[in-house]
Design a protein. Structure first.
Length: 324
């Protein structure tokens, strides 16, 4: 499977003689230490003029007043500080306030932790864009954008061996990260047995993929835009059907994926655990490509091998392995 991985994604060879569990040294995706590439090139830092736009954004959000802006400007010029540094020195803002304002200034969607949002705290890409988790996720996103997505290749399934491997959370956070690039992104919860995406995004789950595949509604009537992220929409799983595998095996599922591929730039499918049933194999084959998600020190090598072989048998392309 190592041969199938793009450069930048690391994987151990999945062989029966390997260690029984997967460790961080065996499978991982790259992390960037941004501090390591920052260097001082001038004896004195360049001090930009007062950034009135970020000031206006903070006034509009109720964080600052016009008088506060004047105070910040004075300290900024006197001590040769940047706007945010001056505001922090005066105690007028918290670092989080500045980061949120910068995100809005550069049209980068993210949410304050105390916003009272319906989105789950598990969506770190929504709440903590500067975290090490997000930096690692961006490395994965970069590899996928460069080496898979593009042209007619728009759909990707995330597969896990067992329930606790975290593929649903990774699918949700990856969808947020991709949408922040400006790509029209659709996240499909194809786990018709134990769905998660409606819980993570605080959405109603009455109508969804199961209703679409049963022919009860058109897919466009089941897709919900995420208000906090302009380029992200969700197709929840819907009511649990008695025949999930039969529904996923219908031609209507492939036809729907083809149709949404005309409307969206990126389509990410969440799947049920591959070792529980054959649903994940069907979804991966319909999607055209998948990534296997494993949990450090938890996923057994034998289980990862079984999933790999199942995907090969189903004719699904395994792009790589990611440690969650």
């Amino acid at each position: 499977m190592q041969e199938q991985l793009p450069r930048g994604l690391k994987s151990t060879a999945l062989t029966s003689g390997a260690n029984p569990t997967l460790t961080n040294s065996q499978i991982s995706f790259g992390k960037f230490n941004m501090n390591s590439v920052v260097a001082s090139i001038l004896d004195k830092p360049f001090i930009p003029p007062v950034d009135t736009r970020i000031g206006k954004l903070l006034i509009a959000s109720g964080k600052l007043t016009e008088q506060n802006i004047e105070q910040i400007s004075q300290v900024q010029r006197e001590y040769q500080l940047r706007f945010g540094e001056a505001a922090l020195r005066l105690g007028l803002l918290k670092e989080e306030d500045i980061l949120r304002a910068l995100a809005r200034q550069f049209d980068y969607s993210c949410l304050p932790v105390d916003a009272g949002s319906s989105l789950s705290p598990e969506l770190f890409a929504a709440y903590r864009p500067n975290s090490s988790q997000c930096e690692a996720l961006r490395a994965l996103r970069c590899q996928l954008m460069l080496r898979w997505f593009g042209g007619h290749r728009k759909t990707l399934a995330l597969i896990s061996a067992e329930h606790e491997d975290g593929s649903s959370q990774l699918a949700a956070n990856l969808a947020i990260e991709v949408s922040q690039l400006g790509e029209r992104t659709l996240l499909i919860d194809a786990n018709l047995r134990h769905p998660n995406q409606h819980r993570l995004f605080g959405l109603d789950n009455q109508l969804g993929l199961s209703s679409v595949l049963a022919g009860r509604i058109h897919y466009s009537n089941a897709i919900t835009p995420v208000k906090s992220f302009a380029n992200l929409s969700i197709l929840c799983a819907g009511a649990e059907p008695p025949n999930p595998q039969e529904l996923l095996s219908r031609a209507s599922f492939s036809q729907m994926l083809e149709a949404v591929g005309q409307k969206y730039d990126i389509v990410i499918c969440d799947t049920p655990p591959a070792l529980d049933n054959a649903d994940a194999q069907i979804i991966a084959a319909r999607a055209g490509c998948c990534v296997l998600v494993v949990r450090r020190d938890q996923t057994r090598m034998a289980h990862a091998l079984r999933v790999k072989n199942q995907l090969f048998t189903a004719g699904a392309e395994l792009l790589g392995v990611v440690m969650n």
